[in-house]
Design a protein around this ligand. Structure first.
Ligand code: DC
Length: 229
């Protein structure tokens, strides 16, 4: 079935600012927001809690298919409930992020989450944030962005975030983790992290968040998807 509801896909490596940018653009447009990475993180967290091994593809796919999750868009970053319990902070740890990247390499897990992601497509529109939004999940999206930044800049941003939150962090180990996760996300055989052929690549290394949002709004206006330039 053809779905004409507009979708803006924002793919790219971890730490490029996709989460913040996607949320701000969705707010500006009054569109829905899909944080697809959260679904992989939730699958990883639920698997850890249920004692499902990280190499048990069938078990992980079952966990993904049965996820009892609610996204609450209560302003700001919103809250995420897993089986009624607020896990918004639990899914953002490095441990769960790394487990999510491993879990995401299994085709059966990706299939189990695919329909759930497509179900976010509702009027007036959807901003979809992830790795394969433009290539696999919403290949017909009228505007696809590949948001990137150098690994060094992404490590610096993560370092500042952690320090501001009062968490001890080491810049060189953060850089190594980012490079390892990039490699895993780009080299996996299913839905690897690559720009869609028709994606616009935006390097945010030396751009501020408002500058990136403005550029996206201008691109949306150019495509006739909004009047707000
Ligand atoms: O964007 P994030 O850091 O929350 O994503 C966590 C992991 O999930 C990431 O390492 C790769 C995976 N992921 C994916 O494979 N496909 C997506 N559409 C989104 C995330």
């Amino acid at each position: 079935m053809i779905d004409n509801t507009a979708v803006l896909t924002i793919d790219g490596p971890g730490g490029a600012g996709k989460g913040t940018i996607s949320r701000l653009v969705a707010e500006r447009l009054g569109w829905h927001l899909l944080d697809s990475g959260a679904l992989y993180r939730l699958t990883a967290l639920a698997a850890i809690r249920q004692g499902v091994a990280q190499d048990d593809e069938a078990g992980l796919a079952r966990v993904a298919g049965e996820l009892d999750v609610v996204f609450l868009a209560a302003g700001g970053e919103g809250r995420i409930l897993l089986e009624g319990q607020d896990v918004s902070a639990d899914i953002r740890t490095e441990q769960v992020g790394n487990a999510a990247s491993r879990v995401a390499a299994f085709p059966a897990v990706r299939t189990a989450l695919s329909q759930r992601q497509q179900a976010f497509r509702h009027a007036p529109g959807l901003v979809a944030d992830g790795r394969d939004m433009g290539t696999v999940v919403f290949p017909d999206a009228p505007l696809k962005i590949f948001l990137t930044a150098s690994a060094e800049e992404r490590a610096q941003r993560r370092y500042r975030q952690l320090r501001e939150a009062g968490v001890d962090a080491n810049l060189s180990s953060l850089l190594k983790e980012i490079q390892a996760r990039d490699a895993r996300d780009m080299q996996r055989s299913v839905a690897p992290l690559v720009p869609a052929d028709d994606a616009v690549t935006l390097d945010t290394t030396s751009l501020t968040i408002p500058e990136v949002v403005d550029r996206l709004m201008a691109l949306l206006a150019r495509e006739g998807l909004t009047s707000d330039a």
